[in-house]
Design a protein around this ligand. Structure first.
Ligand SMILES: Nc1ncnc2c1ncn2[C@@H]1O[C@H](COP(=O)(O)OP(=O)(O)OP(=O)(O)O)[C@@H](O)[C@H]1O
Ligand SMILES: [Mg+2]
Length: 260
């Protein structure tokens, strides 16, 4: 049994618009251990979402492969759930029914479904909001419903594409803490994308800094601070500065590389 939950092996990706190809990801390899939180950090357009989509089975690589818990990823699976920046709640369904959504095609009893939905909503602190509709909730609460929906499916991996980007600082901090508390309990493996260096340092066991055009892994930086972390602490500041410096260095190749 591999200790890795995710293995990205030599993944290469080009997009073709009919006239030209754009080389987006250049032979990317990295691993994520079971229970780790790893963040992809990189400039806009460097291929973070594309990479995440490939791990989730939504996008195919031109070369290389992604292995999830020992099996090659060929399509999306219930073991690996994606949380998007845009919160995809159904407005005509209550909180409860939105969380049930992911379980409706699973072969489980009504009792188990109710139990999993209740547990997930309690984990994200929405146990008293089962019967409200999305428009009655704040942005932070809506994102919690989306997290609960993912948790109810009991995935091994959660992929998060800038999940807190639309929230104000206070709500973002609150949800980051909640995510850490839940992850500590369930030991879910998390691969996430963010633009926010502070968020990356606060949450991650490792940060993968990417270059652009084409996207490559520029640095793999372990964050060796115990959690929960003190955002005002000297160690935190050290990592924030170091990541910022690496991040700036990673942008040295600005021109997109086109293959005609
Ligand atoms: N379906 C597609 N067809 C053609 N080009 C695409 C497609 N999806 C992404 N791209 C291109 O691939 C590159 C990487 O896009 P991607 O969305 O992965 O970047 P990103 O790092 O997630 O950026 P951001 O931080 O702005 O979300 C961009 O140049 C984008 O225009
Ligand atoms: Mg993106």
């Amino acid at each position: 049994m591999s200790k890795y939950m995710i293995e990205v092996r030599d993944v290469d990706k080009e997009f073709n618009n009919g006239k030209e190809s754009i080389h987006v990801l250049d032979h990317i390899s990295f691993q994520v251990e079971k229970g780790e939180i790893v963040t992809l950090l990189g400039k806009s357009g460097c291929g973070k979402s594309t990479l995440l989509n490939m791990v989730g089975g939504f996008e195919k690589a031109n070369g290389g492969m992604v292995i999830l818990d020992g099996n090659e990823v060929r399509q999306p699976t219930r073991k690996c759930i994606m949380l998007f920046q845009q919160i995809n709640l159904l407005p005509w369904r209550t909180v409860l029914k939105n969380v049930q959504l992911g379980l409706e095609e699973e072969r489980i009893s009504i009792e188990e479904m109710n139990q999993r939905v209740n547990d997930a909503l309690t984990l994200v602190g929405l146990e008293n909001h089962h019967h409200q509709f999305p428009h009655e909730l704040s942005g932070g609460m809506q994102q919690r419903v989306a997290i609960a929906r993912a948790l109810a499916m009991q995935p091994d991996v959660i992929l998060m594409d800038e999940p807190f980007a639309a929230l104000d600082t206070f709500n973002r901090y609150l949800l980051q803490d909640e995510l850490l508390r839940i992850q500590e309990k369930l030991k879910t493996t998390i691969l996430m994308v963010t633009h926010d260096i502070d968020e990356a340092v606060y949450l991650s066991d490792r940060i993968l800094i990417m270059t652009s055009h084409p996207g490559e892994i520029f640095k793999d930086v372990p964050i060796k601070l115990v959690k929960p972390r003190d955002r005002a602490g000297e160690d935190f500041h050290y990592y924030r500065k170091r990541i910022l410096e690496d991040f700036e260095l990673s942008g040295s190749r600005q021109e997109p590389e086109f293959i005609i």
